[in-house]
Ligand binder design. Sequence first.
Ligand SMILES: [Zn+2]
Length: 387
Amino acid sequence: MLTLLWLLLPVAAAAGWFAARRSGAARPEAFWNYSANFHEGLNKLLNDTGELPGELFDSLDDTDKDTADTHIALGNLYRRRGDINRAILLHESLLDKPELGEQVHAAALLELAKDYDSAGLLDRSEDTLRKLIDSGQRLPESYGAMLVLHERERDWDRAIETATEVERVTGENRSSVVAHYYCELAEEAKAAGYTDQAKKLAGDALTRSEQCARAHMVLAELARAENNHALAIKHYANVETLRPALMPDIIDSRFDALRKVGDETALRKFIDHIRQQRNAYSVIRTTRSVIEEMDNVESANRFFKDQILQRPSLKGLRDWAQDQIAVSKVGEREKVQVICAMLDKVVEDKPTYQCERCGFLGNQLHWRCPGCNTWDSVQPIIGAEGE
Ligand SMILES: [Zn+2]
């Protein structure tokens, strides 16, 4: 990584200077003088040899539009290395120079907000972003950073406020994210035992976005907790319609609600519905056990075989091999057991969810990806190695 930086940064410095030169603004000596200081500072930074050379800070007084970008980049490198004080010093120094213009100031403010954030000075970070937003500069980035800040603090009320402001100022539609913020509040209220408030907040989520499958999940769970299983079934059906990939996450609860309603016709109708489509493995496995309970093992095994042939998966193969242990001849049983043990190990090591955006892997559903902070990007892994 460091080698790559060494190779790229002189190129970046030169590219910046040549780009500026094309605009007729750069002086040849500005590049070479600056470049010498820049590389000396970079040397210290990458070799971690302690203090920055005094010349670099002396040269801050001479910063002009040609070299401001490089000061910003050097500050960013310090921040990434964890040396926040130097990053703040470099970025703040640019704000004392009105002659650098609005664009340089906006870029320095945005980086300064990130510096404060990295230092845990969240209030200062927020104040800096607000200053930037009020100036009308770099709105997409500053609003984006402000929302990430509220999300990290789990301040969902302020996140709703800011996202609504983004919609008003930029005309962007943020309804699906705002619906998640309401769902977060609904789940907090549900966990605290405020059922009515949780219902209202999940309803607010649906008012902001009718497509919010998560709100239906929350409402289904609240309905089950109140033994209103018929209502829970309706909400689960909406989850499937809006986001079929969530079926593995609701299948157990949905069958449980159907059983508790006690309507066998509705239960069989739902099993037929599953039978007619290709299903995730968790859906196949749960439905198999329901059929076995309602009818018999043979009928359940027939369903299982038909389904895993339609959508082969390692988990299906593992469970099928497990079934073969009981029916194997004495001499073969040990071999099948070895195969099962190996498949167990393979399946156990496989993650079940993946972020479509950054590739984050995990074993539980995250509404917001922990890797890239994107909402609704984590999906169950479908295919031979997943569901
Ligand atoms: Zn991600």
